[in-house]
Design a protein. Structure first.
Length: 159
């Protein structure tokens, strides 16, 4: 966990300004910005009747499609359209934490703590027990360790 830099604050401002400009109820209530070196990429949350596409996911995809190989910082902001409020920095959802871990593990993810203070956390720290496709081997090890208590269905006697 670290404090945010001036370039982090500029990234938050860019995401907030973008959301204020492009907000649309029930379609775009969140925006994200990713910084790759001196370039940044902006994107919106896509709300649909079937599934949603998170702003962070579409911003990361935009950067990767543009050829970026390293993402330095990520931020998402949320706004409900209230004229008296400004967009607020929000943490990534579980799916986005997995995405960031796999595509930008060393990126600084900008967050707010419970007191509203901005902070920066490495993407790889946001998901301490991630899904891994090789995790099935661990399940096999677990089954092997408990095989005396677990019987294969074919081994069970049918009465
Ligand atoms: Zn998400």
């Amino acid at each position: 966990m670290a404090s945010v830099s001036n370039s982090d604050r500029r990234l938050i401002k860019r995401a907030s300004d973008f959301l204020l400009e492009r907000y649309e109820p029930k379609r775009h209530h969140a925006a994200a910005a990713v910084r790759c070196g001196k370039r940044s990429y902006l994107s919106l949350h896509l709300d649909t009747s079937g599934f949603d596409v998170c702003a962070e996911a579409s911003a990361v995809a935009k950067a990767i499609v543009a050829g970026e190989e390293r993402i330095d910082a990520v931020v998402a902001v949320l706004w409900d359209g209230s004229k008296g409020c400004l967009p607020a920095v929000v943490p990534p959802c579980g799916d986005c934490r997995q995405l960031l871990l796999e595509y930008a593990p060393s990126a600084d993810v900008l967050l707010c703590d419970e007191e509203g203070e901005l902070l920066s956390v490495k993407a790889e720290e946001l998901l301490p027990y991630p899904y891994r496709s090789q995790g099935s081997f661990k399940l096999l090890d677990f089954a092997k360790a408990h095989e005396s208590r677990v019987k294969h269905p074919k081994e069970r006697r049918v009465n």
